[in-house]
Design a protein around this ligand. Structure first.
Ligand SMILES: Nc1nc2c(ncn2[C@@H]2O[C@H](COP(=O)(O)OP(=O)(O)OP(=O)(O)O)[C@@H](O)[C@H]2O)c(=O)[nH]1
Ligand SMILES: [Mg+2]
Length: 243
């Protein structure tokens, strides 16, 4: 196999997650790479590393090196080293926490300053995390869309808790870096499923099936299926997945 052929099949991409403390960067990385989520919060000191192997189009093996940068690094002296050589930088904020959104400007300015000298610019994206807590949203969609338009960086909502949109978003960004489209086959791979969580207090014996169906319909929401189908949230409740 020639070098260029080999390159087509194997690729390494560096993704960097930055943003305010508590925005959910570690949770996004843990959900995406390990299919896990915890409510327990342990602030990241410095940077943490995650690895994930995916395939997209003709690229049979893409190794994603995910650098999860602690929120306190904004004012530290290591940030330039963390983002050096990044193919993708994700600016993460918490949709329920306005100050995590307001500080994005400072993150973007700092990152852009570091990248100024580079020839190849990374792909940038703004990620609004915790969209499972819509009822507590304090950053209105209009506001984030306007900010995205002004800064020229697209924004997307995800949830590390439910896994919503994470896999597909990462795949789209990787495809953008590689200059390829997410193919039909890739789309099949990330086929959406409808997931509904049914309260613990109800069991299928106690409730007629029509009521269960109604309940499932009411609470149904779309998430994206991953390779391991691991994006179901850990919960004490019974989980009902409908294709
Ligand atoms: N409901 C909900 N909670 C989330 C979500 N993502 C993260 N959390 C919670 O938010 C808290 C902070 O999450 P982390 O992932 O540790 O935040 P971080 O951005 O890595 O924070 P630093 O390491 O300090 O920069 C934890 O208690 C998580 O359980 C989400 O999508 N939904
Ligand atoms: Mg962290």
């Amino acid at each position: 196999m020639s070098d260029s052929e080999e390159e087509l099949f194997e690729k390494r991409l560096k993704f960097v997650l930055v943003g305010d403390t508590g925005a959910g960067k570690t949770s996004i990385a843990t959900r995406y790479c390990n299919g896990e989520f915890t409510r327990h919060y342990t602030p990241t000191a410095g940077v943490d590393f995650f690895l994930k192997n995916i395939s997209l189009g003709d690229y049979k093996s893409i190794t994603l090196h995910i650098w999860d940068v602690g929120g306190l690094s904004l004012h530290g002296n290591m940030l330039d080293k963390y983002i050096f050589g990044a193919h993708v930088i994700l600016f993460v904020y918490d949709v329920t926490n306005a100050s995590s959104f307001e500080i994005l400007g400072e993150w973007i300015e700092t990152v852009k300053k570091v990248n100024e000298v580079l020839e190849a610019q990374p792909v940038l994206a703004i990620i609004g995390n915790k969209c499972d807590m819509e009822h507590q949203r304090s950053v209105k969609r209009d506001k984030s869309h306007m900010f995205a338009a002004e800064s020229g960086i697209p924004c997307h909502d995800v949830s590390a808790r439910t896994g919503e949109s994470i896999t597909m978003r990462v795949a789209s960004l990787a495809a953008e870096v590689l200059g390829i489209c997410v193919t039909k086959a890739d789309r099949g791979f990330y086929k959406p499923i409808v997931q509904s969580v049914i309260d613990d207090t109800l069991t299928s014996k106690q409730v007629p099936s029509t009521a269960l169906k109604k309940c499932a319909k009411k609470h149904a929401k779309k998430i994206h299926k991953t390779e391991s189908n691991s994006e179901l949230p850990p919960s004490k409740s019974s989980i009902c997945s409908l294709q």
